[in-house]
Ligand binder design. Structure first.
Ligand SMILES: [Zn+2]
Length: 140
């Protein structure tokens, strides 16, 4: 995974190449002229894509994410990793579909490819201990 600075350096290099192509096009004609312009545009588009990626990564880092991660790391200390996929990024949520005032909490895995959830329990502490108990079962 490249850093935003590396992506921007690569984009700059591509822009310099595009500039050379555009200058060359001025002295070319016909097929060579069109080819130079086409290559210049390709370099510019690639540079733009790299700059966008750099901006995305910078925004993610500003929000406390590490480059390369799709989501923040562990939200709840004391939670065992997901017993199914090993994901350490977990959350304790109030599941949908319960009437207001009905006590319900559960642990969910934040790996987008897994998204499994723990047992629904009346409070946060119990939801966590049930989740951890299952994680231990799966470790055996
Ligand atoms: Zn999981």
């Amino acid at each position: 995974m490249r850093t935003p600075a590396e992506l921007r350096a690569e984009a700059e290099r591509l822009r310099a190449m595009a500039k050379n192509r555009r200058e060359a096009a001025e002295f070319a004609d016909g097929h060579a002229y069109r080819d130079d312009l086409r290559r210049a545009k390709e370099h510019e588009q690639e540079a733009l894509a790299l700059e966008r990626k750099a901006t995305e990564l910078e925004a993610a880092q500003a929000n406390g994410y590490t480059v390369g991660e799709a989501h923040p790391a562990v939200v709840e200390p004391g939670l065992a990793a997901c017993p199914f996929c090993g994901e350490a990024s977990l959350d304790v949520i109030r599941p949908d579909g319960f009437p207001e005032g009905f006590p319900a909490m559960q642990v969910i895995c934040r790996n987008p490819g897994c998204l499994c959830s723990g047992p629904i329990r009346p409070d946060r502490g119990e939801a966590i201990s049930y989740w951890n108990a299952r994680a231990e079962l799966h470790e055996v």
